[in-house]
Design a protein around this ligand. Structure first.
Ligand code: ADP
Ligand code: MG
Length: 256
């Protein structure tokens, strides 16, 4: 085993899927994440909310090293994050990500978008990759659009493709960064329904979203961030009915 390949210690059910300890990050002089501690259990569903600019995107992007941090530790599925490219790749194989603006490749069909990484990263034979991709597209109810280009689909359809594309890599944990906030209202439900199904199937999920109905139904824990800190972390019932922090109450007052 090369020194860049970290073999996780015997991972039992009790080993968290993601552990973040004392995480600090700066953009230049701007201290964007302050002493973040967060442990995500296997199968746990976490919703992260908070005002614009509070560091939500930065936090989840650190988990697959789309952003580098300067202090603290991140461990994903037993693998400690370093700046080593091989290690980052190893971590990314465990993590699926869905963005606000879908980020599909416009010049590739839906099916090609889904097969790209399985073929080039996982080295799957094309036929096998396509078969598996069609199954995931079926699951997000969009298999009939497999040969269209993203530009020919609605926003809700594109976002479901983006979810299927992430699932094609068989991630252990899924990160969602405001997956419905760029969608017209009538399309939000079709995307949330897919996310709810995924949650019921036991996927570990970290979702940045202001869909508080989703948080109430699906989340094991709701986290409120403000100015780079986790201000509140509680099961939905406590979070919505008896928030401890005045900042959480103020935020909820604005969005509910
Ligand atoms: P949120 O997702 O909660 O809206 P972000 O994590 O996107 O917050 O951003 C947190 C803060 O960091 C904001 O003030 C934002 O302007 C700043 N920021 C985000 N990305 C960068 C960057 N690449 N360089 C400098 N500042 C950034
Ligand atoms: Mg954001």
């Amino acid at each position: 085993m090369s020194d860049t390949q970290h073999r996780p210690a015997a991972t039992g059910e009790a080993t968290p899927m993601v552990t973040i300890s004392r995480l600090n990050k700066w953009y230049g002089d701007f201290h964007v994440l302050r002493d973040i501690d967060l442990s995500v259990a296997r199968g746990e569903r976490i919703v992260i909310c908070g005002p614009s600019g509070s560091g939500k995107s930065t936090l989840i992007r650190c988990i697959n090293h789309l952003e580098a941090h300067q202090q603290g530790e991140i461990v994903v599925n037993g693998i400690p994050m370093t700046n080593d490219v091989k290690r980052i790749e190893q971590i990314r194989r465990n993590v699926g990500m869905v963005f606000q603006h879908f980020n599909l490749f416009p010049h590739l069909t839906v099916l090609e978008n889904c097969c790209l990484s399985p073929i080039w990263v996982q080295k799957k034979p094309r036929r096998e990759a396509e078969k598996s991709a069609m199954e995931y597209l079926e699951r997000v109810r969009i298999a009939n659009q497999a040969h269209k280009y993203p530009g020919q689909l609605s926003g809700g359809q594109q976002q479901r493709v983006a979810i299927a594309r992430a699932l094609c890599m068989h991630p252990e944990v899924m990160l969602f960064d405001e997956p419905t906030s760029a969608l017209d209202p009538e399309m939000i439900k079709e995307v949330l329904d897919v996310m709810i199904e995924l949650a019921h199937e036991g996927m570990t999920m970290l979702c940045v979203t202001h869909e508080m109905g989703f948080a109430r139904t699906v989340a094991d824990r709701v986290i409120f961030m403000d100015e780079g800190q986790i201000v509140e972390s509680a099961p939905p019932e406590t979070f919505f009915n008896e928030p401890r922090s005045s900042r959480t109450r103020e935020f909820l007052g604005q969005i509910l």
